[in-house]
Every structure is written in C-alpha cells, then in structure tokens.
Design a binder for this molecule. Structure first.
Ligand SMILES: *Cc1c(COP(=O)(O)O)cnc(C)c1O
Length: 382
C-alpha cells in the first residue's frame, strides 16, 4: 500500500533542529541528572532528569510528530507505558481488553493489577457485540490491539470508538504491530496510542522502550505526572538511539511490508502450509477493515504448518535466515513459536480457544532481500 510522503519527511526531520550553541545537526545527548539553579526554584525549565531531560524531550516531540499527536511520552519499556495508563484508574474501574492481547499485557493485568480491585474483561473484539455486551457504567478503559498478536486479527477501531462516544472512558490502541507509519488510531477515534518501541520504532533488536501519544492536554498532564512520579523513564542514551531509529522508520516499514507480502503469498500456495494469517491477503477474514483503517499491512506473518510438533521443530532447525527468537519489528528476520515462547504465560484454555497451538509460527519479516527469505522458507519446508 502507500506510505504518505509526510511520514518519510517527518521520520527524518522530526525534532531535529540544529543545536543553537554549535550548529551541530545532531542533538547532543544530555546525560546530566541535575541542573544548577540560579536561586531556589529558579531554573531554565530543568531541575531533575526524571522530571524533564532535553534529550528525552526532543525524542518525545518526534514521537508525537510521527503519530500525528499533540503529545508524546517515552517510557523505559512498553509494559511501563501500559502500567502508567492503568495507574490512572480508580479502584472499582473495569477495563475491556481484546482477548488475544500481547502475552505480557494480559499477564500484567491478571497477575499484578487484578488484585487492586480492577476488573479486566477479555473479549473477542472481532465481533463488536461482545464489546457492547461487556460495557457498563464502571468501564473506564477499552484496550485494543490491532493487528493482534500472534493471530493478526484486525479490530474495527472506528466501530469501537462509536460505541464509546460520549462515555467517560479512555480508548487505548496498542499500535505496535502497525507502527505509526501504517495506522493512525488517534485519527480513527482512539484517545491514547501505545507502542512497544522495542519493536518497529527501535527496529534493531538493541533497545527496550515504550511510548504513549495523546491529543487531550489534560490526559497528557495526568500521564506525564505518572511518568514523573512513578519514574519509569528511558535513559538519555536510549532516547538518542530511539530518536535516531525513527529517521529510518518509514523506509524500513516499506521494506518490511514488501517482504511480508512476498512471504505470505509464497506460504499461502505451499502444500505443507495449513493456513496463513496476514491482513494484506484477501483470504484474511478482516481484510476489508484492514484496508479501510490501515495504510499498509506491516511485516508480521503467522501461519500453521501441517503435520505435528516434530515437523515444526525440524522446520525450525532448517531455517537459516529466520532466527528463532522472541520479539519482532527488527531489521533481521525472526521466527517465534508462540505456544512455547511468547504466549507460554497465556492460560492453556485461552490458548486453545484462540487457536495458539503447536503448529502455529509467527514470522517477523526483516528487511533482507525477499528472494533470500522466500528461498530460506522453501528449503526448510522441503
Ligand atoms: C512487546 C510488546 C509489548 C510490551 O512491550 P515491551 O517493550 O516488551 O515491554 C506490548 N504490546 C505489544 C503488541 C508488543 O509486541
């Protein structure tokens, strides 16, 4: 599909104005934890780097710009960003979450937050009637991931926004899989966008971080307060590296998508493959919604191999280009076995219900040549 010209431009230029002191075209990394004050509480806007740091500030401006948001906030991990959102809730609040949410998100809700008198309803959001049925006067947050992990279900973000219109309820979309380049949830009616920047935004398997983007200034102030008061901030060095990674986000996404299409189309025609999940394929059950709300289908392809788990292990052992590892969204291609790896913490019943079984594999398709990737899969399948 098409990436907007603004995304190529913004990724390269966002918050990269030259340093006024030296003219340096790259912003300096401010490592200071504290700042000298002229008189008590008289300073240049910085007093302690947990609260504000110039390197983080520049990166946060860039985050807002790429997501076309008013405000961006950086956290030390995707889960730390998620935790900041949950910390806005009062005891007794209810949250509606899509059922095949990222494994770590579900684990945090179930094992850490359910005990604080917060109720989490996990529902299949591919049918919006399920969301409507779970909504009540205590619902304060609806949590959508789209496309979902690992089955790449696409949830109708505009449809969910319509259900929440006029309600005292935040609407969060975890946009990690699509990246800001392929989907703009704030334009579709979400109030909070979340990213695990450890994935596409970082893009090189060498950083852990999270991000929140919002438009509402009051919501921004509340979240910034949690960031300051709870303290899950990334280091200035990490902020610099993330900011640098943003420069190539659009061009990386273009190649990720091109390769993912080649891989998905190849797998779909292979006799040893049972089923392929990729929102860009016409065979995908929510392909129409994906086309409507996304500008591209991103770089994750899941599929099920025919046969049994032994066949899966043989296949994995034969792959050369796709390395067996968790995580996704990086330049190198990875393969993951959700049942035994990323989704091992999902309750077994839930896994069965979702279709996460021994035959399911998830590919994070990198930016190598599509010919090499397809031929690697072909060799391993043979
Ligand atoms: C990885 C991931 C997270 C968690 O982010 P971390 O940076 O690992 O803490 C949340 N949501 C999605 C969709 C993810 O892929």
């Amino acid at each position: 599909m098409t990436i907007r010209s603004r995304d190529f431009d913004t990724c390269v230029h966002a918050a990269k104005d030259s340093d006024p002191l030296t003219g340096a075209v790259v912003k300096p990394i401010h490592t200071a934890s504290t700042y000298e004050q002229k008189a008590p509480a008289e300073h240049l806007g910085y007093d302690y780097s947990r609260a504000d740091n110039p390197t983080r500030e520049a990166y946060e401006k860039a985050l807002a710009a790429v997501e076309v948001a008013q405000h961006g906030l950086a956290f030390s991990s995707g889960l730390a960003a998620e935790q900041a959102v949950i910390q806005l809730l009062d005891p007794g609040a209810e949250v509606i979450v899509c059922d095949d949410v990222y494994g770590g998100t579900g684990r945090m809700f179930r094992t850490l937050f359910a005990k604080y008198d917060l109720k989490f309803h996990f529902v299949d959001m591919s049918n919006l009637d399920n969301v409507a049925a779970a909504l009540n006067e205590k619902t304060r947050l609806v949590w959508v991931e789209s496309p979902t992990n690992p089955l790449l279900k696409v949830i109708d973000v505009v449809g969910v926004a319509k259900l929440l219109k006029g309600k005292d309820c935040q609407f969060l979309v975890d946009n990690t899989f699509a990246s800001p380049v392929f989907q703009s949830p704030l334009e579709l009616g979400a109030s909070i966008v979340l990213h695990s920047s450890s994935k596409y935004i970082g893009g090189h398997s060498d950083l852990i971080g999270g991000a929140l983007m919002v438009n509402d200034p009051k919501l921004f102030q509340s979240l910034k307060y949690v960031q300051f008061a709870a303290g899950a901030i990334p280091s200035p060095m990490d902020c610099h590296l993330f900011h640098r990674s943003l420069s190539t986000l659009a061009i990386r996404m273009k190649k990720h998508e091109e390769n993912a299409f080649a891989v998905a189309e190849f797998l779909e025609t292979h006799p040893k493959v049972d089923v392929v999940f990729y929102p860009g394929l016409e065979s995908h059950p929510q392909h129409a919604i994906a086309k409507e709300q996304m500008r591209g289908f991103s770089g994750i392809v899941s599929f099920k191999l025919k046969g049994n788990y032994e066949d899966v292990k043989t296949f994995l052992a034969k792959l050369r280009m796709f390395r067996l590892a968790e995580s996704l969204g990086c330049v190198e291609s990875l393969v993951n076995h959700p049942e035994k790896m990323t989704h091992a913490s999902v309750p077994e019943k839930m896994r069965e219900h979702l279709g996460i079984d021994s035959q399911l594999l998830r590919l994070s398709v990198g930016i190598e040549s599509s010919e090499s990737l397809v031929s690697d899969l072909q060799n391993a399948l043979n």
